[in-house]
Design a protein around this ligand. Structure first.
Ligand code: ADP
Ligand code: MG
Ligand code: MG
Length: 885
């Protein structure tokens, strides 16, 4: 039902069905939204009639009437996309009020303060959302809030709470709001309830295309075509007095995963107050004292929700004179840490099976668990300057900025940014994305800041009341000190603490346990849960996960994370270290084959050592080793001074070096003399590399460790290219076998990374024993788009939705993906047991991994710290393919 009714509408219907108390209402489907945008923002002709029937049905169930002068029905108009988009679409409450119905409501309830409070809220929300009276770029505050503050100061000479405003104050506010609307929107505030309703519905549909909704959809890859639904629902009132209130709760703690009733509420308030962070709410446990019956009912609802939805729910409720009403439920957004704990605990509670538990951990969030925490020793020394709510776990240090634009600008300059706000609102989204962490002075664990931080995996402390944020002077005052924009602060989102300056970090328990072998870390629950999850991943996965590693250290780390081999060992990195670069340069500058061989002979021992170390670290797992790939001029010194220094070292003239650098210059190096073209031009380079691999293999084999080198020839487009290189490799292998008296167990294959290679994969597979898809170059050459130059146009391409995702991060499945599929099909047709892997950047990207599972690759390969993510993504892909999802 979600595609049609939206998430909110579908779950409201579901809650009704299982007998939970939900105010009556109806849903205008997402199809109407689609129609609206397909037909120049007009509605289907049958809509009005159906809405009238819907309102009539609510009237009948509530005994109230829309626009009535005795017992008026008020409704809320709420957007509801398929997936919840927190704060993106705006809700209007108390719709149906005007100067007459407000009096009726006051009389009917004998509570004029309540009636006028509703009216004031309504005019404010409607003015903002429907009539567009909003903060202008040069303003730091919402115009309506400015009016409220003005009145408070006029009448009370201070910032009193909203609940302290009198009927007369509220009447005055309504008048001033209407005047503000007239000034800014240039039209009268609509009085007729039906005009109000139609306007509100239009605004909800309109907001689907507002800037921040578009930003959000882009970040989370939500298609524009989905559209939003609109829910029209009878109001229940949390603002009738102190036996009423409104709250947001989670069935378990979404920050750390603990099984506890978690949430917060405000007495005498309507729902928006809780989320907006205007007042800091109280923890839901306090309700036990204030309204024990309502609390008991909420506890019952909490249990019912989890049993029914079998997942942690994030729900919104309102209490009207002691009676609980449910206004929303959805699967709760959670941090990676909470997701892990939820999944393992719910499995133990037999609410879900292990496969579901695997699926419950978002692969692209898993890296959060590996992120550093503050060093315990450093934290003990540092003094917290403020405390707030731990809303997004982890540790973050950054230079503070007080608005989103400046935060984004600073982060674009490469600064680490901490966004500090009184509270955040959807306009701050860009700044939140750019920031390492978020700190707010007001708002609770369900405030906007907390919600978004949890979802994005940002470190967040909110409601740190001790900090005074001054937007005008761009300073933060706390603990007797003043921090300017650009000053450093640190926040601990696990403990809810704020520190001055930069606090040193330490590895997470998982990294400490796996990589550093820290025994205490291994005993933590987080570590154990992580290992359980990884075990399930191994049980579920079809593809294996290898790593891209060039050193023994990286290899060891990756193996500790569960990699079962190297998918890409880039040998050129080995030539940059220490003195090696000199020998490399000497080789490049050599004029004769003999001179080149002499230089190569100097490089050989280095390479052999590197490979031996890697083979040992692999403990018998295979290693795909790519032969020299980049254009030679990348190795040469480019400044005059560097050239002179090198000249002295290797005993040639500076002019000679300069000349050679010029000679090697290429107009288009990416498509130039590189890849196997180097090895074909200078077979002695490949011969040296092969010899280094095999001598290392012989050496390590003799130590009793299995060694399985897979030599990979890059950039092959023609079978003949590969054949020429294979011959060189085999020759080296025969020589080493003879010299060392060993038997070598190796393979030779190729990287498929240019379209011709993919298209002639059947021919190439006659010679290649394996393919590894080099999807970075395959994407560059397939799209004819240089990755390094794409920065100037790709962002716009994404904005215009020419491409939905960055093709260098997530494989272009429909385009470049076809090249992969063709190569898989043709390659396997020519060689049944052809081994297939991928070693591009895409090997660590969950949605690309899903694609590689579908086309049937044997393994993916990614950087060491990405290995757990890839294992999880591969397991999930296998589980999805099994259920035919
Ligand atoms: P969002 O998508 O931003 O969460 P909602 O549509 O859920 O927006 O509305 C926000 C809040 O408004 C709700 O949490 C609830 O407290 C309040 N609200 C919405 N509809 C009603 C209603 N019919 N009666 C009382 N409060 C409502
Ligand atoms: Mg909202
Ligand atoms: Mg809501």
């Amino acid at each position: 039902m979600k595609p049609l009714l939206g998430g909110k509408g579908a779950n409201l219907a579901e809650m009704c069905r299982i007998g939970l108390p939900v105010p009556p209402g109806f849903t205008i489907t997402t199809e109407v939204c689609t129609y609206y945008y397909a037909n120049k923002r007009t509605y289907p002709s049958s809509l009005r009639g159906q809405m009238e029937a819907g309102i009539a049905s609510i009237e009948q169930q509530t005994g109230k009437r829309f626009g009535d002068l005795k017992n008026p029905l008020l409704v809320s108009v709420r957007s509801g996309a398929r997936d919840s988009m927190p704060g993106m679409m705006d809700t209007i409450l108390n719709l149906g009020l005007n100067d007459q119905t407000v009096e009726a409501l006051a009389t009917k309830t004998s509570n004029p303060r309540f009636a006028w409070d509703c009216y004031r809220r309504f005019v404010q929300m409607y003015g903002d959302v429907v009539l567009g009276v909003q903060k202008r770029p040069e303003e730091d505050h919402e115009p309506f809030e400015t009016v409220i503050e003005g009145l408070k100061h006029e009448r009370y000479h201070q910032d009193v709470e909203d609940t302290k405003l009198s009927v007369a104050d509220l009447k005055e506010l309504v008048a001033r709001f209407k005047k503000l609307v007239k000034e800014r929107a240039g039209k009268q505030f609509p009085d007729s309830p039906w005009d109000q309703l139609l306007g509100a519905v239009g605004a909800v549909f309109g907001s689907w295309m507002n800037d921040r909704a578009i930003v959000y959809r882009r970040k989370y890859n939500i298609p524009t075509e989905w559209g939003t639904a609109v829910n029209v629902q009878a109001m229940v009132y949390g603002n009738t007095g102190d036996q009423s209130g409104s709250g947001v709760a989670f069935t378990r703690n979404p920050a750390n995963g603990v099984k506890e009733f978690y949430g917060e509420f405000l007495i005498n308030a309507q729902g928006e107050d809780v989320v907006a962070g205007v007042r800091t709410p109280e923890p839901v446990a306090e309700l036990k004292k204030a309204m024990p019956k309502a609390y008991g009912e909420l506890e019952r609802i909490r249990q019912t929700l989890e049993k029914h939805f079998k997942d942690v729910q994030d729900f919104e409720f309102t209490i009207e004179d002691g009676v609980v009403y449910m206004l929303q439920t959805r699967n709760g957004k959670r941090t990676a840490m909470a997701a892990l704990k939820f999944s393992i605990d719910m499995f133990k509670e037999k609410l879900i099976d292990w496969k579901t538990a695997v699926m419950r951990n978002p692969a692209d969030q898993l890296e959060q668990l590996l992120a550093p925490v503050f060093d315990p020793g450093e934290v003990a020394k540092a003094k917290a300057i403020a405390t707030g709510l731990p809303a997004g776990p982890g540790a973050a240090s950054g230079q503070i900025y007080l608005n989103a634009e400046r935060a984004v600008a600073a982060s674009e300059k490469g600064e680490k940014v901490l966004l500090v706000r009184v509270e955040t609102s959807p306009e701050d989204l860009r700044g939140m994305i750019a920031a390492e962490g978020i700190l707010t002075a007001r708002g609770g664990v369900s405030s906007h800041a907390a919600l978004v931080a949890r979802q994005m995996g940002k470190v967040c402390v909110c409601g740190a009341a001790a900090i005074e944020v001054d937007y005008n002077s761009r300073t933060v005052r706390v603990d007797g000190r003043t921090f300017k924009e650009g000053d450093w602060m640190s926040i601990d989102g696990t403990a809810g603490k704020v520190y001055a300056g930069q606090v040193k970090t330490a590895p997470s328990e998982i990294v400490a346990g796996l990589i550093d072998g820290n025994e205490a870390a291994k005993k933590t629950e987080k570590f154990k849960h992580f290992q359980q999850l990884m075990q399930w991943c191994s049980d579920a996965t079809r593809m294996s996960v290898r790593t891209n590693a060039d050193t023994p250290d990286q290899t060891e780390n990756a193996v500790a994370f569960g990699a079962v081999g190297i998918g890409l060992c880039r040998t050129e990195h080995m030539f940059f270290e220490g003195d090696r670069i000199d020998a490399m340069r000497e080789m490049i500058l050599a004029e004769t084959e003999d001179a080149r061989k002499a230089a190569l002979a100097k490089l050989l021992p280095y390479q052999r050592e590197d490979f031996a170390g890697i083979f040992r670290a692999l403990k018998g797992y295979p290693a795909t080793i790519r032969f020299l790939d980049p254009p030679l001029h990348e190795f040469l010194p480019h400044t005059k001074q560097q050239q002179e220094e090198l000249a002295k070292k290797i005993g040639v003239t500076g002019a000679r070096i300069h000349q050679r650098v010029e000679q090697l210059h290429e107009f288009n190096p990416m498509l130039g003399f590189r890849g196997c073209r180097l090895g074909i031009g200078y077979p002695e380079i490949s011969a040296m590399q092969a010899r280094a691999v095999f001598e290392a293999a012989a050496e390590v084999q003799k130590e009793g460790i299995k060694v399985r080198p897979e030599i990979m020839i890059p950039l092959v487009g023609f079978k003949k290219e590969l054949d020429l290189q294979i011959e060189v490799v085999h020759q080296a292998a025969r020589d080493v076998e003879k010299e060392k008296g060993v038997k070598l167990n190796y393979m030779v294959g190729t990287m498929i990374e240019i379209p011709r290679g993919a298209l002639t994969a059947d021919e190439i597979a006659q010679s290649a024993e394996f393919f590894s898809f080099g999807t970075n170059d395959l994407t560059q050459t397939g799209l004819g788009m240089s990755r390094d130059d794409s920065g100037s146009f790709l962002p716009q391409y994404q904005e215009l939705e020419i491409v939905t995702k960055n093709p260098f991060a997530t494989i272009d499945a429909t385009g470049v993906g076809q090249l992969v599929e063709i190569a898989v099909t043709k390659g396997r047709a020519a060689r049944k047991n052809l081994k297939l892997g991928i070693c591009g950047e895409h090997g660590g990207d969950p949605s690309s991994i899903q694609f590689f599972e579908k086309v049937g690759l044997d393994y993916v390969s990614c950087s060491p710290y990405r290995v757990p993510v890839a294992r999880l993504a591969a397991a999930q892909a296998a589980l999805r393919v099994k259920v035919g999802d």
